[in-house]
Design a protein around this ligand. Structure first.
Ligand SMILES: NC(=O)c1ccc[n+]([C@@H]2O[C@H](COP(=O)([O-])OP(=O)(O)OC[C@H]3O[C@@H](n4cnc5c(N)ncnc54)[C@H](OP(=O)(O)O)[C@@H]3O)[C@@H](O)[C@H]2O)c1
Length: 234
């Protein structure tokens, strides 16, 4: 396909990442992705086959991301669209009730994980002077609620990290913080409980989000964007 893009997605084993993989491949793009669950990674390899490729990688490990990037950049080159989607939410609790370990886990994945991926993939994109980096933020990266302080801290952090990165890239590239909206995934079920069933399924969301992501370019560099789905700014 002439306009086929190489799309790199972290957190591809379920939720939004899994649904985006299906839609990008359906539209003729090549998807390379990672997640920690080796079982789900195996299923993705079977489902999509080459030239798509899926790897068991924990984005909170700079060493694992470095090895993954070396394999991907050697075999495929730099991605056209890099989606830092992998994320965790803390179990609902007041900040002083959350252990240091749980707090670290959220920051290590949501914030430092995205930085690890950028550290190892962005240099080749910058060398080529093309590509779009989308860092998944949240409504809770621009507003706040009780019992999700670590998550809010990580997503407000992602907004700042991305704004700074946007100042560093060549003018032919883009870094964008993206609020995906509110979608019924395991993460939402953890935070919202039974009311999460009032929100759209990831597959329906991906039909709107993927075409939106494919249109992003240098004109959107540094802009705080939201996928145009109903209720995204609630
Ligand atoms: N759903 C929503 O309404 C909503 C709203 C605002 C923002 N977001 C953001 O959207 C993104 C996707 O969320 P989701 O709802 O799809 O969550 P989800 O259903 O819980 O899926 C999270 C994905 O991230 C992966 N992941 C977690 N830790 C990882 C690690 N250390 N290394 C690699 N992969 C890791 C998980 O796979 P493994 O467990 O296999 O590693 C899974 O594939 C997140 O950044 C989230 O903050 C979601």
């Amino acid at each position: 396909m002439p306009n086929s893009k190489l799309v790199l997605i972290t957190g591809i084993t379920r939720g939004l990442g899994r649904a985006m993989a299906e839609e990008f491949v359906r539209l003729g793009h090549t998807v390379v992705g990672c997640g920690r669950s080796t079982r789900e990674i195996g299923k993705l390899c079977e489902r999509f086959g080459k030239p798509n490729d899926f790897y068991p990688v924990d984005v909170s490990s700079d060493d694992e991301v470095k090895s993954w990037a070396s394999v991907v950049l050697t075999s495929r080159g730099a991605p056209d669209l890099l989606l830092n989607n992998a994320g965790l939410v803390n179990k609902n609790a007041r900040l002083w009730e959350i252990s240091a370990r749980e707090f670290d886990g959220v920051i290590d994945v949501n914030l430092k994980g995205a930085a690890n991926v950028i550290r190892h993939f962005a240099p080749e994109m910058v060398k080529r002077k093309s590509g779009v980096i989308v860092n998944f933020s949240s409504g809770w990266g621009r507003s706040a609620d009780a019992e999700v302080a670590p998550y809010c801290a990580s997503k407000w952090g992602i907004e700042g990290l991305t704004a700074s990165l946007a100042e560093e890239l060549p003018s032919t590239m883009a870094a964008i913080p993206l609020n995906p909206g509110i979608i019924n995934t395991e993460m939402l079920q953890s935070a919202f409980g039974s009311s999460s069933s009032n929100y759209m399924a990831p597959e329906a969301w991906a039909k709107i989000a993927v075409p939106f992501l494919l249109e992003l370019g240098p004109a959107e560099n540094g802009k705080q964007l939201t996928v145009p789905v109903r209720g995204a700014n609630d």
